[in-house]
Design a protein around this ligand. Sequence first.
Ligand code: COA
Length: 414
Amino acid sequence: MSDVMPLPDEDIPRFADIVSRAYPGFTYSKQSYREETIERLRTMQHEEPSVTFYGLYRDDELLGGMRVHNFCTNVRSTMINAGGVGLVAVDLIHKREHVCKELIEHFLAYCRTTVRPLAMLYPFRPDFYKRMGFGYGPLLNRYSLSPAALPANKQLGGVRYLRPEDKNALVECSRRYVREHHGMVDKSDHEVRQMLTSDDTFIACHWDGEVMDGYAHFRFARGHTSLVNDIEVLEFAYLNKDALRALLSFLNRQSDQVRRIHFNTHDDFLHFVVDDPRDGTDDLLHPISHPTRRSGVGLMYRVVDAQLMFDVLGSARFGPGDCSVKIEPDDSFLPDNTSPVAVTFRNGRASHCKCDVDVTVRLGIAELSSLLMGTVTFSKLRAYGLVGMSDPSYTGVLDAIFRVNEGPQCATSF
Ligand SMILES: CC(C)(COP(=O)(O)OP(=O)(O)OC[C@H]1O[C@@H](n2cnc3c(N)ncnc32)[C@H](O)[C@@H]1OP(=O)(O)O)[C@@H](O)C(=O)NCCC(=O)NCCS
């Protein structure tokens, strides 16, 4: 019998030890690093109201834990509450004893009871969490562009470093960007504090008078000698074309000292801002294609309550096409989440279906999650044999309804 509960302060060191062995890559064995981590966990637990650490106990012994986040996320132009889970860690001695399974079950139950129909995580292995019903989110692209290839514009100024007193302007700029972009998550106080106080990252921001309308959050990455450096852009947000151009021009001006600018972004189109999008490897792909970025599966989404998800998406934006559809989700991990949901799509809005449905579709909860978030299209799921339907002639209509203008972006790591 397990108990999952908020981690009491006195168990933080024990959890830190479990984390140290679960994530050996954190070079955690050093005592100073251990103390720093305990302090970091404590600070987050005490000072960030949107975060709670949980521990799983059997016979009063802590066997594993996780960090749960309360998020507010833009889904198809509507802000909804969502849950995030990170730092899942299980004592090596107790692996394969369903500690993680029970932690995730608890997390998903928490999401349901707190009206967070969407859960998110970054997987250590996508297959592990896909079995638990998490679907692939957007591909993270790492563009490696030459700074000289970025558009320069000597006329454009207005870029300066972020100062501590700019905090409110940064929060407001980020808040506006989140509301304009599907998938983005509101920044927590902790995240903003980290951005403002980090020793090794910098923020160049663009101003339109008193209003910040764009920023690039970046750090340097050392090359093969101390005089060869790259810049890694961790977040790139702009509210208009001028802010974009000015920030790109700022990065272009680093070309005498910086070899490559690596943009980590969910934007699939960034290569359109340059005339030369090559990543510098010259590693030609068959027949003649120039590598411009590396991509990876990262963020994963999971609908934890399909009915609730459509309820909260009442004012969300769907694509054109009128259709009433019965969705039958297959969710072996969360059997409570398998009730059919009948939805009418009309004029880009979803509502409860009060009439006979036109078509019934059956698909796994992971695929439904990706479809709702717009990281896969209905017709692709159909082509891959991942969705069944009572009447295939509705494929095109459903494809248009579930499409998003732009795939989800997310600059929040957790
Ligand atoms: C990865 C890690 C979290 C796994 O923890 P664990 O407690 O050993 O995992 P579990 O025993 O709960 O294994 C998952 C179980 O869920 C089951 N499961 C998964 N999907 C299921 C589904 N849809 N229905 C029923 N059961 C399911 C699996 O079958 C497995 O049980 P089994 O071993 O009996 O087959 C742990 O090894 C760890 O801490 N690793 C290092 C840190 C890390 O990488 N964390 C993850 C960060 S995101």
